[in-house]
Design a protein around this ligand. Structure first.
Ligand SMILES: [Fe+2]
Ligand SMILES: [Fe+2]
Length: 253
C-alpha cells in the first residue's frame, strides 16, 4: 500500500492542477486518483471517487480551496469508483455535476439527490467555464469504456484527464509517473483489452485527441504519462484489439 500526499502537478500564478492523493482502498476496491483544478478562486473536481474515499478527498480539497468554491464536479462516466459519493458532494458544495446525458437519470440512484444540480453533457462534448471566461474542454470518449464517456483537456496546464484510459492497478512505490512505457504495458494490457470496447473506439478517440497539445495524461487509476510516454501510449492504444474485437476469446470459444 502506498499513499501519495496531494501533489501539485502544474502551477502558475492563477492556475493549479492537483493530484489529490491515491487512497489506500485495496481492501475496499480499486485504488483511484482524484484531481482538483483551481483557477483563480474557483475549483473543479475530476472523478472524486467512491463513498469510502470521500472523507480523505474532502480533507485534501480543503488544503487548497474551500468546498464552497468548487463550482463543478466532473464525472468521466457512471461507474461507482467515479461517482458513488455524489450525494455527499452535493451536500458539501454548491457545485454543478457534469456527466453524460446518458447517465442523468441513473446517478440519483446513488442516494437522495437534487437533479437540478446535474448538467447533462451532450454526446458531442462541452465545456466547463470559469467566471473569467476560461474553459476546460469536455471531449467525447464514448465506449472507452462506458457508452457515455468523456475526458477533459485543460489548455493552461496542457494536462489531459483521461478517466479509465491509461489506467493501471499498480503499486506506485512513491513515483507517480510512468518511467518506461514498454515495461508498463504489462500493467495496462489486460484491463484495456477487457474494459475498452473496440479498436474502432480506440482509433477514433486517438485521432480526435491528436489535435490537442498534451504534456501530461492523468488517468483515474495508476501512474501518469508525461509527453513522451503519452505518445507511446497513444501509438499502442490506437492499434489495440479489445472488447468486441476479441469477443470469442472473452467467451472462451
Ligand atoms: Fe470505469
Ligand atoms: Fe475507473
Amino acid at each position: 500500500m502506498n499513499i501519495v500526499e496531494p501533489k501539485i502537478i502544474f502551477e502558475n500564478e492563477n492556475h493549479k492542477f492537483i493530484l489529490l492523493g491515491i487512497e489506500d482502498s485495496q481492501k475496499e476496491g480499486i485504488t483511484t486518483n482524484q484531481y482538483l483544478i483551481v483557477h483563480n478562486e474557483e475549483g473543479v473536481l475530476l472523478d472524486p471517487g467512491g463513498v469510502h474515499v470521500f472523507p480523505m478527498v474532502l480533507s485534501n480539497v480543503v488544503e487548497f480551496i474551500s468546498p464552497q468554491k468548487i463550482k463543478a464536479i466532473f464525472y468521466s462516466h457512471q461507474d461507482p469508483d467515479v461517482s458513488s459519493s455524489i450525494s455527499l458532494w452535493a451536500n458539501s458544495t454548491n457545485a454543478k455535476f457534469y456527466v453524460s446525458g446518458l447517465w442523468e437519470r441513473f446517478l440519483p440512484h446513488f442516494g437522495v439527490f437534487d437533479s437540478s444540480k446535474l448538467v447533462p453533457v451532450k454526446d458531442s462534448g462541452g465545456k466547463i467555464t470559469f467566471s473569467d471566461g476560461y474553459s476546460l474542454d469536455i471531449i467525447p470518449t464514448h465506449f472507452l469504456h462506458s457508452i457515455g464517456n468523456f475526458t477533459v483537456y485543460d489548455s493552461i496546464s496542457k494536462i489531459l484527464f483521461s478517466g479509465d484510459i491509461g489506467a493501471a492497478a499498480v503499486e506506485n512505490e512513491g513515483n507517480i509517473y510512468v518511467e518506461n512505457f514498454n515495461s508498463h504495458i504489462k500493467n495496462i494490457k489486460g484491463f484495456h483489452e477487457r474494459y475498452m470496447t473496440s479498436s474502432k473506439a480506440c482509433k477514433v478517440w486517438s485521432n480526435f485527441i491528436g489535435k490537442y497539445d498534451i504534456d501530461l495524461m492523468a488517468p483515474q487509476h495508476g501512474l501518469l504519462y508525461k509527453k513522451e510516454e503519452f505518445k507511446q501510449f497513444l501509438n499502442w492504444f490506437e492499434n489495440l484489439k479489445c472488447g468486441i474485437d476479441i469477443i470469442e476469446k472473452i467467451y472462451g470459444v
